[in-house]
Design a protein around this ligand. Structure first.
Ligand code: 6FA
Ligand code: ABL
Length: 546
């Protein structure tokens, strides 16, 4: 059996790509290393308070904060040293589902994209995405916003700097001093996202097939031509190889870390990384060294640095820091959700989001995103405070960020961060310090707010300087297979061309978070799905498949 398209990875980008490709009638295989997530994909991990229901950990939005604990967090990839979803839906099945229709600035030269990737070029992709997945800022099906004290209080704080309240996705370009209710990909009080939309329509097509628990090790190459993919599944033949048709294509969507690793294990990447594969168990799968493509895979990596500010206020219900939600939830909230799918469990933890523009001393415009939620985690303090009244404002540096890091593999072929990407640029750091200073100034205008973090007497600059870089991670990895016109084969920074085709290959494409040259304004899943929509229209327009 051979395929016209093999899509690797059933995450944000892969589910969109597989659906759009199968819509054309071509024979499409989607390969996912993980297993089921939500009930409709066969998942059955239900909390102890919902026995006999189909309300899995991945379906119930209010269980989001429980992703970070548990004996066996199988939903996260065990061979990637940061959080990455390894199940159907990828990151979209484990994330907080925050969802932003990207502003125009996320595309075009201002964000590092070449011609063909302007906001105008991408407008049809955004319209298609919005039609399939509109998102909601009132996820409980009864329209009521529960546990909303954080929204009320933080909107008052932001009023101190004359921010305006809006419906965020009704006005994607309003990102300088605007706030609104957090907006999510939830549908009908459950996790929706690409699994409940794009994946559902692809599964209904006879020319579409998907396999799970199938790990792609490497690509089978004959020079520039990819002829198949090598998996760990011998059901496909003793070598685990799945073949492409003679005019077929491989579309990589294994995520910023996963795609980089597959390329490197296929002889495509920086020479120091290929040397690691040559002296590892993966050596046998490499093509001859004469076919290596020395591309900057894993370079130019971005993630938002994020800093948590922690406060208390008498009006706040910290929701017990979300700790009991899995096995000892507040009985009335669990009963309400079981009864009709409404209430606190119908949404994830964030309550309000806001953005503000800053021009750095280097003249570059950068944006700050804020996300606020009841509760707080992962910090220590000398202060005495009432944990039942605590809330967090997380400050992210986003669009305009200059710092870059590097990811790749280690000797065990695990995917990992090689150089951290957070606040390496001095102006990036100055901007986030300014943003924290501004928020704290506005916080102090509201009576009764106790600042728990940063601690009393510690300036924003000292707080940022002393902040453990490993806790600045935002799980928004981008850029490891950057798209652009400056081919890495000629010393440039790009791994894929404007058609998302890997330089030096005939039929290999990347459509996931790795292609982004710059950081989107908000949490990136919306931008990633929009980019995948656009990428597929370009791939299909190339013609050439049967
Ligand atoms: N993004 C948002 O926009 N809003 C959020 O609220 C948000 N929250 C989180 C969050 O809370 C967590 C804990 C994490 C980890 C991420 C969050 N993100 C959020 C980021 C967002 O989910 C990611 O940016 C987005 O999902 C990335 O999309 P990609 O398509 O680039 O990659 P995925 O990780 O979604 O999918 C890759 C798939 O490939 C996975 O299913 C993986 O199992 C599979 N795969 C990897 N290697 C493979 C291999 N060798 N063979 C077969 N399959 C493979
Ligand atoms: C995101 O986009 C981030 O990737 C997540 O890290 C973030 O969730 C969600 N959105 C919600 O804003 C946080 C949790 O709220 C914390 O409790 C957790 O410690 C942290 O993720 C871990 O990275």
């Amino acid at each position: 059996e051979t395929f016209d398209y093999i899509v690797i990875g059933a995450g944000a980008a892969g589910l969109v790509a597989a659906d759009k490709l199968s819509e054309t009638g071509k024979k499409v295989l989607l390969i996912e290393r993980g297993g089921p997530s939500t009930a409709e994909t066969g998942g059955n991990l239900v909390p102890p308070w919902a026995p006999g229901t189909n309300l899995t950990k991945f379906d119930v939005p209010g269980l989001f904060e429980s992703m970070f604990s548990g004996q066996n967090t199988f939903w996260f990839c065990k061979d990637v040293n940061v959080f990455a979803g390894c199940l159907i839906g990828g990151g979209t099945s484990v994330n907080a589902a925050l969802y932003w229709l990207p502003p125009d600035r996320d595309w075009g030269t201002i964000s590092g994209w070449p011609s063909g990737w302007s906001a105008t070029d991408l407008a049809p992709a955004q319209a298609r995405l919005k039609a399939r997945l509109p998102g909601t800022d009132a996820p409980s099906p009864d329209g009521v916003r529960y546990l909303d004290q954080v929204y009320t209080l933080v909107s008052r704080i932001l009023g101190g700097s004359s921010y305006q309240g809006i419906t965020i996705n009704s006005s994607p370009n309003s990102k300088n001093k605007f706030y609104g209710h957090s907006t999510f990909t939830f549908i009908g009080g459950k996790r929706g996202g690409p699994v409940a939309t794009y994946f559902r329509t692809s599964k209904a097509r006879s020319n579409f097939k998907y396999v799970q628990y199938t790990y792609v090790n490497s690509l089978v190459r004959n020079g520039a031509q990819i002829t198949g993919v090598k998996t760990n599944q011998t059901t496909w033949g003793s070598s685990g190889v799945i073949n492409l048709s003679s005019t077929g294509r491989v579309v990589l969507a294994a995520g910023a870390h996963g795609t980089a690793r597959i390329l490197i294990r296929s002889g495509i990447g920086p020479s120091d990384q290929l040397a690691i594969v040559q002296s590892s168990t993966g050596a046998a799968d490499l093509p001859p060294a004469s076919q290596f493509l020395n591309l900057p895979v894993g370079q130019n990596v971005l993630d938002n640095p994020s800093i948590n500010l922690v406060f208390t206020h008498a009006s706040i219900d910290s929701y017990d820091n979300w700790e009991p939600i899995w096995d000892n939830p507040r009985p009335a909230d669990a009963a309400q959700y079981l009864k009709n799918g409404t209430g606190v469990f119908a949404t994830a933890s964030p309550r309000i989001n806001f953005w503000r523009e800053y021009t750095g001393s280097d003249g570059v415009v950068r944006y700050i995103q804020g996300t606020s939620r009841p509760g707080a985690c992962c910090f220590t303090t000398e202060e005495t405070y009432d944990a039942t009244k605590v809330f967090t404002i997380t400050i992210y540096l986003s669009h305009g960020i200059k710092s870059r890091g590097r990811l790749g593999i280690d000797v065990n072929l695990q995917a990992k961060t090689l150089n951290q990407p957070w606040l390496r640029d001095a102006v990036d750091k100055a901007v986030i310090i300014q943003a924290i200073t501004d928020i704290l100034t506005d916080v102090k205008k509201i009576s009764g707010i106790q600042i728990v973090q940063p601690p009393t007497g510690v300036s924003p600059a000292d707080f940022v300087a002393g902040y453990d870089p490993s806790t600045m991670n935002s799980n928004h990895w981008m850029g490891s297979t950057k798209l652009g016109t400056d081919s890495g084969l000629s010393g440039g920074t790009s791994v894929v061309d404007p058609n998302t085709k890997v330089y030096g290959t005939n039929n290999l494409f990347v459509v996931d978070a790795g292609i982004f040259p710059g950081m989107p304004m908000g949490n990136p899943q919306g931008a990633i799905m929009q980019a995948a929509e656009h990428a597929v229209s370009r791939i299909v327009a190339l013609g050439g498949t049967p």
